[in-house]
Design a protein around this ligand. Structure first.
Ligand code: ZN
Length: 328
């Protein structure tokens, strides 16, 4: 198992390979980036490389007992800590402390993966910091977070940061075409909507996603209805599907960007399969009205990231998206 097998992460791969070649292993690594771009697989590959008794160069053999245990998730020294609910709590960090009193069980390296480290509450963060200040031997901590600013600066300063970039859309689209047999248009739109997260794109039920997207476009492109009732009903549906809300807003944002784009460079739109609807919308709306709508979606995204009331935020946004319609 070599790092090169992790798609689209050449720089982290190069860095970790050099680190292994020099045998200079930092106590703590911080893998930043969005979900689904290979951070987990990289942590596992690193654990394998460090523990494999028959490495090929600096890469794990993938065949020995140690490699098999890690691949199957049963290696006792590969420990993963995840948020328990919303937070990683102090008890979970105390658990880590307790485990660290003992040497790695299989005599190699212990890899402690702290997923979504930003979910550590203050108490847990401080306890974690204490551990990182007096690191035990033969243990590597791998913290994952979307960005360094989500963590206490004192924790970040103890870690070697490795930034994982979103995978280029073209690459994700190509893999979706090859692996999933998707047509080019669907693959491209899915790649753009999932923002370079290959894991997310691959885990999507494509037929369901297409139906969901069509219905969203239908509702958003006909939002100029005269009665306000359908708008509130739409707000209720959107805000009720919490796990899809962020995706829905991204899709709505992409829609209005496309309507705007259609006025200037129609060959650069993303939602090519809705070209007729886009043409109509772009003829109906002025640039300034469209810019206001993009801003309204952006404000809603910002508000929701700060845990604003979802229903209210969406209602306000939809009212803005409706207003200004019909101007030229
Ligand atoms: Zn091996």
């Amino acid at each position: 198992m070599v790092f090169d097998a992790i798609i689209g992460q050449e720089r982290p791969a190069r860095f970790l390979t050099q680190m292994l070649e020099k045998r200079s292993i930092p106590t703590a690594l911080l893998f930043t980036g969005v979900d689904g771009i290979g951070r987990q697989r990289t942590a596992i590959t690193l654990g394998m490389a460090l523990n494999c008794p028959n490495p090929v160069g600096v890469s794990a053999c993938g065949k020995c007992a140690s490699c098999h245990k890690i691949i199957s998730g049963s290696h006792p020294d590969m420990v993963t800590v995840e948020p328990d609910g919303v937070f990683i709590k102090i008890n979970q960090v105390r658990d880590i402390s307790r485990q660290l009193r003992f040497a790695p069980l299989e005599g190699g390296w212990r890899i402690m993966i702290i997923n979504d480290a930003q979910a550590m509450n203050l108490e847990a963060s401080n306890a974690m910091l204490k551990i990182l200040e007096e690191p035990p031997k033969h243990t590597i901590f791998i913290l994952t977070a979307s960005q360094t600013t989500d963590l206490l600066p004192t924790i970040v300063s103890r870690c070697q940061q490795i930034a994982f970039r979103p995978i280029p859309h073209e690459k994700v689209a190509q893999l979706l075409i090859e692996d999933r047999g998707l047509d080019r248009q669907t693959a491209r739109t899915l790649a753009i909507t999932t923002k370079g997260s290959l894991g997310k794109a691959l885990s999507m039920d494509v037929e369901k996603w297409k139906a969901w997207r069509s219905s969203l476009v239908e509702q958003i492109s006909t939002l100029s209805g005269e009665t306000i009732q359908p708008l509130f009903a739409f707000a209720e549906t959107l805000s009720g599907a919490k796990d899809r809300l962020a995706d829905a807003l991204e899709m709505i944002m992409m829609w209005f960007r496309d309507v705007l784009m259609f006025k200037v460079t129609p060959d650069r739109i993303i939602n090519e399969d809705f070209e007729a609807k886009l043409r109509l919308a772009s003829q109906r709306e002025s640039v300034s009205s469209l810019l206001e709508k993009v801003e309204a979606v952006h404000s809603a995204q910002k508000a929701l990231s700060k845990n604003a009331n979802a229903r209210l935020t969406i209602e306000v946004m939809l009212l803005h998206l409706r207003r200004g319609d019909g101007r030229n």
